[in-house]
Write a protein that binds this ligand. Structure first.
Ligand code: FAD
Length: 361
């Protein structure tokens, strides 16, 4: 430990891929969306993150990662291995890291958490506080979300994931695997070791919502993260969210710089779902109520977001998180109609009507 903390940590993995150059644009795009600077040196692309560096050599078929600390190196290995697995899927890549941390089996992004408090913010929004150890990494890397791992009726006593040689999580036993759902860290207190998650209690069979309904102090879950791309800093924002995006939107309004301007819309079932947000910014917040229209079918939110005129000057960013069909409408409007780039917009599907566990895999 003391030896490795004195110097930069580094590792590498061979990439036995026949068509690596074909995937490099997509891999580069993905890593850039996690705030990497990319530069080409002949057949090699170098990536610079705030917390370390990486390179992928298309001629020598090797990728390398380096960082000042273990969290940083684990993060870069995870970003690289995930990007390669996603885009080179057809070649079923085998990734084996050698070098620093290669014998490591504990998963840097995993924590077991214990429920400490449960309270209802509104009739359908339940805040659960969890305590856990060493939560510093959840304040790093710009991701606001976590993959929550729940016990279920079928697997009441799950086995938590460990680190595989490829730098990605491995599940010890298929029949003891917890079920994953994505949630937002609504608030984080690293010093006290506490996170808050706001669960929307929605109708129908579910895992996350069903778990929240019966949550009690002492119960355990696993979390992995942080997950998600950093929200770009801008002087002006247009934001839109339904109840599932509300925890992230609220956290942004509570943490963005005070001089930030813009407009935010939140879609809720009815007036009773309004909650207090300590908005420290100059972003105007508007609540929109569905009043009987089922979640995911109302179009007030997408219309409100599309009606906003973007400023001519200064930096601006569009942020949207709601049901998949609403996210698609907004994404197409921003990207295709307004011709805004990926660096100026993030319109994400947080759930899909009729589909379980969107984005949880
Ligand atoms: C990055 C990210 C952050 C998220 N943050 C939060 C958060 O902080 N709080 C939160 O509550 N959710 C959040 N979500 C949404 C949450 O992951 C989904 O709603 C998820 O489907 C909930 O899992 P479940 O087990 O309750 O329902 P599932 O088992 O996934 O779905 C069961 C059924 O319920 C339906 N369903 C799912 N969500 C809703 C809904 N909102 N309203 C009505 N029906 C629904 C599904 O369509 C399906 O038919 C987030 C999602 C993402 C991608």
């Amino acid at each position: 430990m003391s030896q490795t903390s004195m110097r930069e940590l580094a590792c590498e993995a061979r990439l036995k891929l026949r068509h690596l150059p074909d995937y490099m644009d997509s891999i580069t795009d993905r890593l850039q969306s996690f705030e990497a600077d990319a530069s080409h040196q002949g057949q090699r692309i170098d990536f610079r993150f705030a917390f370390g560096g990486a390179s992928i050599d298309m001629e020598r078929l090797v990728m390398r990662a380096n960082a000042a600390d273990r969290d940083g190196l684990a993060r870069i290995k995870d970003l690289l291995a995930t990007a390669v697995q996603v885009y080179a899927k057809a070649e079923n890549p085998e990734i084996v890291w050698t070098g620093d941390l290669s014998g490591e089996t504990s998963l840097a992004q995993f924590r077991e958490m214990t429920v400490t408090e449960v309270r209802d913010l509104t009739a359908h929004m339940r805040r659960v506080s969890f305590s856990g150890e060493d939560l510093g990494r959840f304040a790093k890397f710009g991701g606001m979300h976590i993959r929550m791992l729940f016990p279920t009726m079928d697997v009441p006593d799950p086995l938590w994931p460990v680190l595989g040689a490829n730098g990605l999580p491995v599940w010890p036993a298929d029949d003891r695997k917890p079920v994953a759902r994505v949630y937002t860290i609504r608030a984080l207190d690293v010093a006290k070791g506490i996170i808050d998650v706001d669960f929307l209690v929605h109708p129908g069979e579910s895992v996350g919502s069903a778990w929240a309904i019966q949550a009690k102090p002492g119960m355990k879950v696993g979390i992995m993260g942080p997950v998600g791309r950093p929200v770009r800093q801008a002087e002006w924002y247009v934001m839109g969210a339904d109840e599932t995006g509300l925890p992230a939107l609220a956290r942004l309004l509570e943490t963005l710089p005070a001089e930030t301007k813009g407009v935010a819309f939140v879609e809720i079932a009815d007036e009773r779902e309004k909650q207090t947000i300590d908005n420290v910014t100059g972003i105007e917040l508007h609540w929109l109520t569905r009043d009987g229209v089922p979640a995911g079918e109302d179009r007030l939110l997408t219309e409100a977001v599309r009606s906003v005129a973007w400023p001519q000057d200064g930096s601006a960013f569009g942020w949207f998180a709601a049901e998949a069909s609403a996210a698609k409408i907004v994404r197409e409007y921003w990207r295709d109609t307004l011709r805004l780039g990926r660096d100026q917009t993030l319109a994400a599907a947080y759930w899909r009507r009729g589909a379980a566990g969107l984005m949880a895999g």
